[in-house]
Design a protein around this ligand. Structure first.
Ligand code: ATP
Length: 449
């Protein structure tokens, strides 16, 4: 057992030194003050057993003048640094091998919360004091950037984060933590799900208390919305949402929110739809529309449709406000959930198209198996066909080629492309099911024109 512990220690120490060495080589050393790797990156290096750390996002805590150091970095590394004078933070992207790495330098600080849920007042502090303002012990560890060799004592770990990682528990640092910042509840549920950890016993009691007191309602809608986006971006967002529902936290924001199998299926569908649309592919058939979906709904809309469906107007309006769904997203969701009429205009604006997407998702059983569901109306069939065209599995066979059309006497040029697209539409909508039918349709069409 000791041997395994030693091996693990050795493994972690080499990784800590490797990462801090890599960062020190990428940026010039600070002219004064001490810099530390902190937060998620240190946690993930100790959690290696849960998978490789995400080396795309590096947080540094710094005891010197952030403005001076960031100016030096900008000059020597030719990167564009965004310096925020009020909170003394600097952010920039820097090339690391073939990837871009995001670095965030923050002045070591202590924070005082004047009111629950408000933003804190910030004053300069030591690294140890800085760790005291953090959410969980496992996120409150720091490793000096300029450390040349590994020494167990170099790890700044005042709240026992390393031991909590070994025990698989999530512990807050003081009993007012969730009152100060109720968004930590969301952060906690994300980490519990991601790492398969459990709340530490006292923390668990404080979670229940915070949920019971509905402190989350003191947080601005904009901050709540940010937390949900981070939930949706987790590897298993449905599991995180399940925890949020089952704990009772969701009910404070969305009236009558209850976890159910139907909701779970809808959310799984939302995951696959948003990944399909936002996963980097774009449909060649509907570039404008897909681009507009990306621009207008940022992937959240499908999740919110699943979460909010079935609410009556008064509850829906309350939930939309509590979730911070202001602007276009809130309007579209409200219309899509409440408006019983379908959109069928031919010349649609991007926003109409998005409403149409929402409308049809709701009509077609709301996300619940839309790909598999038997579409009831022509509009639904067309819409589902538009979605399924994106998955290779569902892509319909192309019965005709451009050469076929030219062979039939259609002159080479733009018209050939137009006819092929019309045939594709016919195939997707189920009007054309074989090569014979496609040929027949083209003959009829060319006679007509
Ligand atoms: P992830 O892997 O989700 O990005 P992370 O821990 O790196 O995890 P960030 O949001 O980048 O997440 O935050 C960096 C660090 O800042 C956290 O590890 C934590 O120490 C601290 N932190 C962030 N948000 C809060 C908060 N609301 N309250 C207290 N500390 C926070």
């Amino acid at each position: 057992m000791d041997h395994i512990k030693e091996l693990r220690e050795d493994f972690v120490s080499r990784n800590l030194l490797g990462v801090s060495g890599l960062i020190s080589r990428m940026i010039p050393p600070p002219p004064e003050g001490k810099a530390f790797l902190v937060g998620g990156i240190v946690r993930d290096l100790f959690c290696l057993v849960y998978g490789p750390p995400d080396l795309l996002d590096v947080d540094l805590c710094f005891t010197g003048d952030v403005s001076k150091w960031s100016t030096l970095i900008a000059r020597q590394c030719s990167v564009e640094v965004t310096f925020e004078p009020r909170f003394k933070t600097a952010r920039f992207w820097i090339r690391s091998g073939s990837r871009d790495l995001h670095m965030d330098i923050a002045m070591a600080r202590s924070e005082v919360y004047e009111n629950p849920g408000s933003l804190p007042i910030v004053t300069p502090a030591t690294c140890k004091e800085d760790l005291g303002r953090r959410d969980f012990s496992i996120n409150a560890m720091a490793w000096p950037l300029e450390e040349a060799g590994y020494c167990r004592e170099s790890l700044v770990d005042p709240f026992g984060g390393r031991s909590d990682i070994r025990s698989g528990v999530l512990r807050i640092l003081h009993k007012n933590s969730f009152r100060d910042d109720p968004t930590r509840l969301f952060r906690g549920f994300r980490l519990l799900s991601r790492l398969s950890f459990q709340w530490e016993t006292e923390t668990q009691a404080l979670v229940e208390e915070a949920i019971f007191e509905k402190n989350i309602l003191l947080v601005s809608g904009a901050r709540i919305r940010k937390e949900f986006v981070r939930v949706f971006l987790e590897k298993d967002p449905v599991d995180v949402l399940k925890r949020i529902y089952v704990s009772g936290l969701m009910e404070a924001l969305v009236p009558k929110a209850r976890w159910s199998e139907v909701l779970e299926s809808s959310l799984m569908e939302a995951v696959s739809l948003s990944r399909m649309i936002f996963g980097g592919e774009t449909s060649s058939l509907l570039p404008l529309q897909w681009a507009s979906i990306k621009e207008w709904c940022h992937g959240e809309t499908f999740f919110y449709l699943a979460i909010l469906k079935g609410l009556q107007e008064e509850d829906l309006v309350r939930a939309i406000k509590a979730l911070g769904l202001v602007g276009k997203t809130g309007l579209i969701l409200k219309e899509a959930i409440l408006d019983p009429s379908a959109f069928s205009r031919r010349e649609m604006q991007p926003v109409d198209f998005l409403r149409l997407v929402c409308r049809h998702l709701l009509d077609a059983g709301l996300l619940y198996g839309p790909m598999a569901c038997e579409a009831r109306t022509d509009g639904q069939r067309h819409f589902l066909a538009m979605l399924s065209v994106r998955s290779g599995k569902n892509r319909k066979e192309a019965f005709l080629s451009g050469e076929d059309l030219i062979g039939m006497g259609i002159p080479p040029g733009k018209r050939v492309g137009e006819i092929l697209r019309d045939v594709e539409d016919g195939v997707r909508e189920g009007r054309i099911t074989s090569r014979e039918e496609a040929l027949h349709w083209v003959r009829k069409e060319s006679l007509r024109s």
